[in-house]
Design a protein around this ligand. Structure first.
Ligand SMILES: [Zn+2]
Length: 456
């Protein structure tokens, strides 16, 4: 079936929910939200509307949908393969081993699988870090999946996973020129539900000349930029953020992913230039080799970070686990048991309410779409979720934010709305689960091509 079914819920009034608006002017309160014409029309303690379908929000929290600022969606059908992998094992198994065998249809299946899991768990925007640009058809397949799933997506065009090793760690290859075609012909509209960014390698993964040429290309095309930096000991030696600052290339259009081994000085440079950060906290604590989540060091530098899943081959594709991992690592810092970069006095801390902001409005800021989404501000696109607080794992929800962060899971997400379209309701994904059979078939095809034994 198509996931792009016509809108049948164009006017919705949610009554009596606990609203975590993520808009500091509005705050949190029990009240009503009216969705009309795809937008948040009105919010208040009491909103009436004769034409709207009324949803009883009693016993629920309504908040903007989660925004995942960095996920490699193409790996959706490879999820949960290696929860105990090291960084090198992940690279050799997925990026180098399996990535070269992806056909466009596998990218389509992977992206759709990742999108649907995201929606199931209340993620309404995903920034798809697509380093599977093996051909123009691969990129087109990834983008098509985002249109079909109904999710809001920032498609970050990256490099190929064919000859993966030639494209990273000192690579002299320039970013694939196909990004021009995609900008001009496929995703020219920055106000659309699916938009384009550039996933660049920067000075950490390519030569300084290539890094500069690629950045100039992205800016010529008026594209925001994401970049993986601070990756383990390699990242500590490269100091990519410092080099960008010294070259006059560090700007507010950049989002830096991980920053695990970026120095405190570099994080201050990031802040001073108005750039943003994405912490993949679950992945970073699970996978040895990258370093530790920089959440608290970023706060010390004056940056409120966004959060991200990264790869579902290792960690779960929901933001609940990502928030909990960030908190778990912070508590190691507080206990004096964290990594060496965090053994400094008086690092600022965050709480559950901060984590919900990192996972929503700060994600929107990192993607440059906070004028459109990330809070329940009237006039913004209606990207919102309803979480049932009357489920056994959340009752009695004494502190709503703390309950969601400490105990929430995808099964508590009752309603998911993107741009006014209902994509999950009464706890059931509208597209159903039939698609997930294709994910198994794609996995089988890829395993056979790579000579990996199929599961029994
Ligand atoms: Zn990544």
């Amino acid at each position: 079936m198509s996931y792009d079914t016509p809108l049948d819920d164009d006017r919705i009034l949610i009554k009596g929910a606990y609203l975590l608006t993520q808009d500091t002017a509005l705050g949190n309160f029990v009240g009503d939200v009216l969705v009309a014409d795809g937008k948040i029309k009105e919010i208040g303690r009491k909103v009436e509307d004769d034409r709207a379908r009324v949803i009883d929000g009693t016993g629920t929290a309504v908040l903007p949908g989660f925004i995942d600022t960095h996920r490699h969606n193409w790996q959706g059908a490879l999820r949960n393969l290696g929860p105990a992998w090291t960084y090198e094992e992940y690279r050799s198994q997925v990026q180098i081993g399996l990535g070269q065998h992806f056909e466009p249809r596998d990218v389509h299946v992977g992206n759709l699988t990742a999108d649907l899991m995201s929606l199931e768990a209340g993620v309404t925007t995903v920034r798809d870090e697509s380093h599977i640009s093996n051909s123009p058809e691969h990129s087109d397949a990834a983008i098509a999946a985002h249109w079909e799933s109904g999710i809001r997506a920032v498609f970050d065009h990256g490099w190929p996973s064919t000859e993966a090793e030639q494209w990273q760690f000192g690579s002299a290859r320039r970013h694939p020129d196909d990004i021009r075609r995609i900008r001009n012909e496929v995703l020219p509209d920055d106000s659309a539900r699916v938009t384009l960014n550039a996933m660049l390698r920067g000075p950490e993964l390519s030569t300084p000349d290539v890094a500069e040429q690629d950045i100039r290309l992205a800016r010529e095309l008026d594209l925001r930029i994401s970049m993986h930096v601070g990756l383990g000991e390699w990242g500590a030696r490269q100091q990519a953020i410092r080099r960008l600052a010294e070259a006059g290339l560090l700007k507010e259009d950049m989002t830096f992913i991980h920053c695990c081994t970026s120095t405190d000085d570099e994080l201050r440079m990031l802040a001073a230039h108005g750039a943003t950060a994405s912490v993949a906290s679950a992945l970073e604590v699970f996978m040895p080799g990258l370093g530790q989540p920089a959440t608290n060091r970023l706060l010390a530098a004056g940056v409120r970070p966004s959060l991200s899943v990264d790869t579902e081959t290792i960690v779960s594709g929901d933001m609940f686990g990502v928030m909990r991992a960030a908190l778990a690592y912070q508590q190691l810092i507080v206990a004096g048991a964290a990594g060496p970069m965090d053994r400094v006095p008086d690092l600022p801390t965050f709480d559950a309410a901060d984590l919900l902001a990192f996972a929503t409005i700060e994600g929107a800021r990192a993607c440059g779409i906070d004028d459109r989404t990330g809070s329940l501000t009237p006039g913004k696109e209606a990207d919102l979720i309803m979480i049932r607080l009357d489920h056994a794992n959340l009752l009695p929800a004494t502190d709503v934010a703390a309950s969601i962060v400490a105990g929430g899971h995808a099964g508590n997400v009752d309603l998911v709305v993107v741009a006014g379209r209902v994509l999950k309701s009464d706890g059931v994904l509208k597209g159903g689960n039939a698609h997930f059979e294709q994910a198994g078939a794609s996995r089988d095809r890829l395993f056979r091509a790579a000579g990996i034994a199929l599961p029994a």
